[in-house]
Design a protein. Structure first.
Length: 68
């Protein structure tokens, strides 16, 4: 974060400052995803036994084509 402030103070180009902001946001997003991923995976795939209680999926049939 200090790098960003230093870039602003030293009058770096706006595109370089924008790129730095994007890099910081991507790093924070990646950290949040890594933190939340195990919780989401456990909630989605943790209970494999409950799958047998679900009804089987039915296939969606395509609509018949209209003849001219």
């Amino acid at each position: 974060m200090d790098d960003l402030i230093n870039m602003m103070v030293s009058n770096e180009s706006p595109s370089e400052i924008s790129d730095k902001i994007k890099d910081i946001l991507m790093q924070k997003s990646a950290q949040n995803i890594e933190t939340v991923r195990p919780v989401v995976a456990a909630s989605m795939f943790g209970n494999q036994d409950s799958e047998s209680e679900l009804e089987p999926e039915t296939e969606i049939e395509s609509e018949p084509e209209e003849e001219e």
